[in-house]
Design a protein around this ligand. Structure first.
Ligand code: ATP
Length: 311
């Protein structure tokens, strides 16, 4: 179908209703980009993540805990991010709106440089200090800071100690990250459970290794990195390029583990994904496609979304 014909079928972003999958596409070029109709699923929402500010330093936050809320529903409305270079404003993200909900992986996709990592950073409240952010980011319907341990961020690079075995890396991290209220036995059990969930049982006694020393594979390293971040059972997980550098089989393995975890634990996952295979693409129930810092599609994963992505 020609894109202009397709555009006439598109609804506005205000058609997004949490909990009920939008049945049509969203495209800012053919409708308003506000998400005032997005309502949090919780009847008793709490707190704020960020408001207008300059980088992370000026972001105003309230220290409200989200501990008592089951799952984290995150929405963003008219979210813009810009940088100033030689006194010239460079727009990195331009009035983006959307949401991610518990139990699902929201895939942020688009060509290199379109703003995927910037969107992830803005949502996670970790934009570089030279960037200016405007618009709203709401957690369970309110502006609030995510309480410690509520969210985790897996960066693009695997920063792991090459000489440790997989089990050692995960056990040590469990000792450091998990609260003292948990016994040694409980911490080890959590480490074991997380290792199993990420399919690392078979390699737990292997050294991680690095480029120069033999160790586990790239996909397994990626899964160790994810494992270290989900030990604390975060309700919200941000992942930047979870499949970068992996072949299609390894990418599928990593993403299907993350999808299952999201479903089983009711975790909200937002991932920046670069060029997924069709098998990986099918794992995402919802997509946010960006181009030149704008949303070109937000909605359920479908053949049409794939057409737009490939166009
Ligand atoms: N701190 C910053 N200061 C100035 N410009 C920035 C900054 N961070 C990102 N940008 C610019 O914003 C644009 C989007 O970058 P971003 O890393 O978000 O894209 P991306 O879609 O994640 O790219 P890739 O897929 O290649 O990782 C790029 O042009 C980048 O140069």
């Amino acid at each position: 179908m020609h894109r202009s014909a397709m555009a006439s079928l598109l609804p506005t972003i205000s058609d997004i209703k949490p909990g009920t999958a939008p049945s049509r596409l969203l495209c800012p070029q053919v409708g308003p980009t506000n998400v005032s109709d997005i309502h949090p699923p919780s009847p008793n929402p709490v707190g704020a993540l960020s408001t207008t500010g300059s980088g992370t330093d000026d972001v105003k936050v309230q220290a409200t805990s989200v501990k008592d809320v089951t799952g984290v529903f995150i929405t963003w409305e008219n979210l813009s991010v810009s940088a100033f270079e030689s006194k010239r404003k460079v727009q990195i993200l331009d009035r983006l709106s959307g949401y991610a909900q518990p139990g699902e992986v929201l895939a942020i996709m688009g060509p290199s440089g379109c703003g995927k990592s910037s969107l992830l950073d803005a949502l996670a409240g970790r934009l570089a200090s030279n960037l200016v952010q405007t618009g709203k980011i709401l957690v369970n319907g309110r502006k609030q800071e995510l309480a410690f341990g509520t969210s985790a961020y897996v960066t693009q690079d695997d920063v792991l100690m090459a000489t440790l075995t997989v089990k050692e890396a995960i056990y040590y991290s469990a000792q450091l990250q998990l609260p003292n209220s948990l016994s040694q036995y409980e911490k080890r059990a959590r480490a074991e459970e997380t290792m199993r969930a990420m399919g690392l049982d078979g390699v737990k006694d292997m050294r991680i290794g690095s480029g120069s020393t033999k160790g586990i594979s790239g996909g397994q390293r990626r899964r160790v990195s994810i494992c270290l971040e989900i030990l604390t059972h975060p309700q919200l997980l941000f992942i930047d390029e979870p499949t970068s550098g992996l072949d299609s089989a390894a990418s599928y393995h990593v993403m299907s583990r993350i999808s299952s975890l999201a479903r089983e634990k009711g975790m909200t996952v937002v991932g920046a994904i670069h060029q997924p295979s069709s098998e990986v693409f099918e794992l995402f129930p919802r997509l946010c496609l960006l181009a030149y810092g704008k949303t070109v599609y937000f909605g359920p994963s479908s053949e049409t979304a794939m057409v737009i992505y490939c166009a």
